[in-house]
Write a protein that binds this ligand. Structure first.
Ligand code: FAD
Length: 398
């Protein structure tokens, strides 16, 4: 028999956690979100290619048309190394930024039940309920504990200790730059498009995103780096700390920064050399695959990056996190608040989805970073359930 109004604790208050919180609240649950950080997340800076799943709550509950979220670009453009257009297709995508999506979700959920500085470290459960253990020593009782605590999930460590992060063999250098800081020819070369440059065992892409500071060009440059001293040098920050997953803006050491700028000058087309050089604080992210054999464990579950961390090539990480949360809300509603039954029914399709998108991102990584079989003019692997479902209209030749 389910609880009348199931009490839910969500560990992690980012895109996945907040989306799950909203759908579960709509399904009649009493929801608290525990976020480890002491202030609302900001300056994540990065761009997000929109998928309908990412913004389903905004569209269905806030009645914001998807055409009004983020900014649109009409073309997929491939630049050759001399800055000429090597290929151009009509491929309408919409782009937003992490900060914009996060602010909207937090505004909708409200701050009353969003608890900062609350790190969940473990779960205990029996047939009557679950207990979230916090780093402070305090506890929160609930019927369902959802782990949405990201790529370094404490929940995954406890529930699936054998799961490990497999380094993909490359990092993504990232950054944002204001288009006004670029020359006119560079602005023109990059306008109204998601732009790719395919390089030997490497690729760079850029697209425009809305931010609190106005429109910015967001870029990602995937570069192979062998595990060991090469990777360690790049992932060691300015104060000598070896970062596991990401080196944030402002923390990247001078050596790797100088090297990436030199490499840009040597091999990128002029517009992209400007993009890299005029970015004040490039940052970087080591790319990993993480997968788990199960998502549901009685009264607790893993969603989003806490469960499967995907390489970014499908632009589907936040879409999958949001979809996990949406389907969880539906399952709890359908099981009339019986959270154990809800999790049993929710798990199989979410596992299947995660495995299929993980396979697509691995394939894209293999083609672009290793085999060199990602060709100029190829369509993008973006999509959640299938390649192409992030497109906002049919594609075609220009
Ligand atoms: C280079 C790059 C580009 C990307 N581009 C796209 C894209 O275009 N489109 C897309 O859909 N996705 C993209 N993604 C993926 C997307 O950013 C992630 O998949 C998404 O943010 C996952 O959301 P999440 O809520 O599961 O985890 P996260 O966003 O990682 O959030 C985890 C949260 O949990 C908190 N936390 C951690 N531990 C605890 C704890 N013990 N207790 C409480 N709180 C805790 C953290 O502080 C954080 O707020 C990209 C990712 C990368 C790396």
């Amino acid at each position: 028999m389910g609880a009348q109004r199931p009490r839910v604790v969500i560990a992690g208050g980012s895109l996945g956690g907040l989306t799950a919180a909203l759908w579960l609240r709509d399904a009649g649950c009493d929801v608290d979100v525990c976020e480890r950080l002491s202030a609302p997340l900001e300056g994540q800076g990065a761009g997000i290619v929109l998928n309908p799943a990412t913004v389903r709550w905004a569209v269905e509950r806030q009645h914001i048309p998807i055409a009004e979220i983020g900014v649109a670009a009409q073309y997929l453009r491939y630049l050759d190394r001399e800055a000429g257009v090597a290929a151009e297709l009509v491929a309408p995508y919409r782009f937003s930024s992490y900060d914009t999506l996060y602010r909207n979700l937090l505004g909708a959920f409200g701050r009353d039940r969003y608890h900062l500085s609350e790190e969940v470290v473990a779960v205990e459960q029996d047939e009557r309920g679950a207990t979230a253990r916090l780093a402070s020593g305090r506890t929160r009782e609930c019927d369902l504990l959802v782990w949405a605590d990201g790529i370094r999930s404490a929940g995954r460590r406890q529930l699936v200790p054998e799961a490990t992060a497999a380094y993909a063999g490359y990092v993504a250098w990232r950054g944002t730059v204001s288009p006004e800081d670029l020359s006119e020819p560079a602005q023109e070369a990059l306008a109204d498009a998601i732009t790719y440059c395919v390089l030997p065992q490497s690729h760079l892409l850029t697209y425009q995103i809305p931010t609190a500071q106005g429109a910015q060009l967001n870029w990602l440059w995937y570069r192979n780096l062998a595990e060991g001293p090469e990777l360690d040098a790049v992932m060691t920050d300015r104060v000598g700390a070896r970062r596991e997953v990401a080196v944030p803006p402002g923390a990247v050491s001078d050596g790797p920064l100088g090297e990436v700028r030199e490499a840009a000058s040597a091999i990128l087309p002029p517009a992209l050399v400007e993009v890299v050089h005029r970015t004040a604080n490039p940052f970087l992210q080591a790319i990993f695959d993480i997968e788990v054999p199960r998502l549901a464990f009685g009264r607790t579950c893993l969603i989003g990056d806490a469960a499967f961390a995907l390489r970014p090539h499908a632009a589907a990480g936040s879409a999958k996190a949001a979809e996990d949360g949406y389907r969880l809300g539906l399952a709890v509603r359908e099981a009339r608040g019986d959270v154990v039954t809800a999790l049993e029914r929710w798990e199989p399709p979410q596992l299947e989805l995660a495995r299929s998108v993980l396979a697509r991102t691995r394939e894209a990584g293999r083609r672009s970073q290793h085999d060199g079989t990602w060709g100029v003019g190829d369509p993008l692997p973006f999509g959640l359930y299938a390649q192409g479902d992030s497109l906002m209209a049919p594609v075609g030749a220009r």
